[in-house]
Design a protein. Structure first.
Length: 167
């Protein structure tokens, strides 16, 4: 039981480090707010190595901490909306055995952008930001694919390393 807390602390720290590194990388996708989503690498790995509850807790803690450290209240709001929708979609697609880690991650990347777009429509009180949807879908597809490929490789290397709660 005590290993669970240690693992959670390590993965939270790793997700925060990835969040910080992402603020240092000047990747411009030409879409406001679009990022690679390096911290989601940790979330995908936890989703596969433990379960959705652990991934949910880690995602929420990481979003709140990163928002307060590197962002603001709006970044927490946008990230939480995207993160929760993304995790829900990844959990459902993971249960469907027809999806690989890459497919699950792509579904997560696309749904993360959709969740953030919905919040943007509510915040600015207009549906016109929805015109970004095609670009956000492409960005989610690309970034989700990259994160999925990396996650798959990491999971291969962690195959024989059990984490607390692993099924």
């Amino acid at each position: 039981m005590r290993n669970r807390a240690a693992y959670f602390g390590v993965f939270t720290a790793l997700a925060l480090i990835f969040s910080y590194v992402e603020t240092l990388i000047p990747i411009n996708f030409g879409i406001p707010g679009a990022k690679l989503g390096l911290a989601n690498l940790v979330i995908v790995i936890i989703l596969y190595k433990t379960d959705w509850r652990e991934a949910l807790l880690l995602s929420a803690v990481r979003i709140v901490l990163a928002g307060f450290i590197f962002g603001n209240l709006f970044s927490i709001l946008y990230s939480m909306a995207g993160g929760l929708l993304s995790l829900a979609v990844m959990t459902v697609t993971k249960r469907n055995k027809g999806f690989s880690v890459i497919g699950v991650s792509i579904a997560g990347g696309v749904s993360h952008n959709i969740g953030q777009l919905i919040v943007a429509m509510i915040v600015v009180h207009t549906y016109q930001v929805g015109y970004y949807l095609p670009m956000l879908l492409i960005a989610g597809l690309l970034t989700g694919g990259i994160i999925g490929i990396i996650s798959g490789e990491v999971l291969k290397r962690l195959k024989n390393i059990p984490l607390t709660g692993q099924k």
